[in-house]
Write a protein that binds this ligand. Structure first.
Ligand SMILES: [Zn+2]
Length: 160
């Protein structure tokens, strides 16, 4: 941001590269914003986890159900909404698992785990297939959507 969101004047840099300040009022701008994406790892009764195969722009890419939190939502609400939109399944119980950070994309993933007793899939605009993963050999690692998908995948595999 180059202008003060308080008085509209041009911001000046400071001794900290991520911090700019307004010379006229007390406003300080921190260049450290990130988007938060809420991600769900769902396990079935055999302790296998679910991944999704995307359609559209990222056709065939593999990732986990999830997406950006909207303003006004809690992180858990965002996780449940995104999971429902992408799989058709409603979930109630979520347990916070871990978080991942990718500054190049100004992105934070907040990952939850949940259990699904009856796995079914409702095809939708974003997802063409639901995959049930028990062995890492089941997936082609070059088809992961991105670095965070890959990190989460191998963290889960190592736990099993
Ligand atoms: Zn100002």
């Amino acid at each position: 941001m180059n202008y003060c969101s308080n008085c509209g004047r041009k911001l000046e840099s400071t001794h900290l590269p991520q911090m700019n300040e307004c010379p006229f009022c007390t406003y300080v701008d921190w260049n450290n914003w990130v988007n938060v994406s809420c991600v769900v790892v769902a396990y079935n009764h055999k302790n296998e986890f679910l991944m999704i195969k995307l359609k559209g722009k990222e056709e065939g890419k593999l990732t986990f159900p999830g997406g950006y939190r909207d303003l006004g939502e809690t992180l858990e609400e965002a996780a449940k909404r995104e999971f429902f939109e992408e799989t058709g399944m409603a979930i109630t119980q979520l347990a916070l698992y871990k978080t991942y950070t990718k500054d190049e994309q100004r992105l934070i993933w907040v990952v939850y785990k949940t259990k699904i007793t009856d796995v079914k899939f409702l095809e939708n605009d974003e997802v063409k297939e639901l995959l049930t993963i028990s062995e890492p050999q089941q997936v082609d690692s070059t088809s992961f959507r991105g670095e965070l998908t890959e990190k989460l995948f191998y963290d889960l595999i190592q736990e099993n």
